[in-house]
Design a protein around this ligand. Structure first.
Ligand code: UD1
Ligand code: CA
Length: 461
């Protein structure tokens, strides 16, 4: 790791005209996360002192997306710099000058539209920079027929001279295949005076950050380069075809790694799994499954087609049958869910609980070995162990104004088509008859039937 404290500056103020969008470019999603979230999560792995983000277009939304991407501790190191008018990448960095004056050490600068850069690559840049004593160190890559990238100009002995933007290139310069992917490490004390020297005398009338190294060399300060051999990793996204191509590449890498780690993915072409999702050995993923967000799945699970899992924690030996949607929920292990079940808002299934066809579970916990097999809604409910929920049971949790809880204790049998009008409690070992409308608590070991349900007799056992 670098000896100097590392600070990170990410430029994310532009609209991204070529996206042809009302939404700022860094808010577009790669997988389930906006571009800004990808770069921030990668930057956070360097354990920087501070992460500065230059915002402009849709700054409120970009700031919210940035905050959501980091945990609380890392979020406390986040600062936003406002660039009201986008006058170029050099101008964007200059907007952070006040913040930087109060900071010492090195500054890693890159752009918010390069979402698959690896933290190892950023670390290598920072390490080389801090051990070299350079005023600036920048990554270069080689690309045949490079599109709109800045060209790296060297003298006859190969020494770095300057970066020339494609639009400012002579035909000779435009033919150069060593280019600037936009990753820089600066000594902050050397950066500040160089920013003051920038001028917009160029084809785009902008203050270019890419002119900074040349100004440093003129001032007699050393500038170094680091040739990186995987140009795709450092690609920026400029339009939606590039976004789709990058998602394809990232997805491919994620699936490849999961398979090498022991997960069976029957049809990688149709399987969408976010980077960072963890899946245990011998779990089988069927075609057309989507798994997103902060999700962890155990071993020996089977996830059947058309299921969509978002922010889930799933233990070992779970079966998710076709067409189930599970969001922000937890399965302890040995559970079966679906086909066509919907679990959401902190639904929690204890070991061996089963939720079957067309059952919705919202903000409820379902105890060990409890079964709700068919056509039911369980919302704001706490259900005990070994309970059987008959087909078409509904917790009527909403009175039009407020949500109310339902408590079903251990070993209860809820008859088919029971309406549980919350708040209500069904005592341990009780039973309801088919079609009952339960509006009052049912004592333990009793039977309630009818509309409204009346307690009839004790159950046996
Ligand atoms: C830039 C580099 C170019 C490099 C390329 C790599 C400059 C002048 N050129 O060109 O050498 O090859 O990236 O992708 O830096 N931004 C702001 N404020 C601004 C302008 C831009 O925050 O005033 C942000 C944008 O939101 C974007 C990033 O900076 O995330 C890069 O800007 P962009 O206009 O895409 O630069 P390029 O023309 O691609
Ligand atoms: Ca760009």
């Amino acid at each position: 790791m670098a000896k100097n404290p590392v600070n990170v500056l990410i430029l994310a103020a532009g609209l991204g005209t070529r996206m042809k969008s009302d939404q700022a470019k860094v808010l577009h999603k790669l997988g389930s996360r906006p571009l800004i979230a990808h770069v921030l999560r990668t930057a956070a792995r360097l354990d920087p002192d501070r992460i500065l983000v230059v915002v402009g277009h849709q700054s409120e939304q970009v700031m919210a997306a940035a905050r959501a991407a980091l945990d609380e501790e890392m979020g406390s190191r986040l600062r936003f710099i406002h660039q009201a008018e986008q006058r170029g990448t050099g101008h964007a960095v200059k907007c952070a000058a006040d913040e930087l004056r109060a900071t010492s050490g090195d500054l890693l600068v890159f752009y918010g539209d390069t979402p698959i850069v690896r933290s190892e690559t950023l670390s290598r840049l920072v390490d080389q920079h801090s051990s070299s004593g350079n005023a600036a160190t920048l990554i270069t890559i080689r690309l045949d027929n490079p599109p709109a990238y800045g060209r790296i100009i060297r003298d006859q002995s190969g020494r770095f001279l300057k970066i020339v933007e494609q639009r400012d290139c002579t035909p000779e310069q435009a033919a150069i295949t060593e280019i600037n992917p936009g990753f820089y490490c600066f000594n902050i004390a050397a950066l500040l005076p160089a920013l003051d020297q920038l001028s917009p005398q160029n084809a785009q009338g902008e203050y270019y950050l890419t002119d900074v190294p040349e100004h440093m060399l003129t001032a007699g300060l050393p500038v170094g380069t680091l040739l990186h051999d995987d140009p795709h990793e450092l690609e920026g996204i400029n339009n939606r075809t590039e976004l789709a191509a990058m998602w394809r590449r990232l997805r491919h890498e994620t699936l490849q790694q999961l398979m090498l780690d022991g997960v069976t993915i029957i049809d990688p072409e149709s399987t969408y799994i976010d980077d960072g999702v963890e899946i245990g050995r011998d779990t089988i993923i069927h075609p057309q499954v989507i798994i997103e967000g902060e999700s962890r799945l155990g071993s020996h699970c089977e996830i059947h087609s058309w299921s969509h899992l978002i922010n889930v924690e799933i233990g070992d030996h779970c079966h998710i049958l076709n067409g189930s949607v599970i969001t922000n929920s937890r399965l302890a292990g040995h559970n079966s869910v679906g086909p066509f079940a919907h679990l959401r808002m902190n639904a929690e299934l204890m070991e061996e609980a089963i939720v079957g066809n067309f059952v919705e579970v919202k903000k409820s916990s379902i105890g060990r070995k409890t079964k709700a097999m068919h056509l039911s809604y369980l919302g704001d409910a706490t259900v005990g162990e070994r309970v059987n929920i008959g087909a078409a049971t509904v917790t009527c949790n909403y009175d039009g104004k407020q949500k109310h809880p339902t408590i079903i204790e251990d070993d209860v049998k809820i008859g088919s088509d029971t309406m549980l009008v919350a708040p209500v409690r069904v005592g341990k070992g009780a039973m309801t008859g088919a079609g009952s409308v339960v509006i009052e608590d049912i004592p333990p070991d009793s039977l309630a039937v009818g509309v409204p349900a009346k307690v009839k007799k004790r159950t046996v056992g």
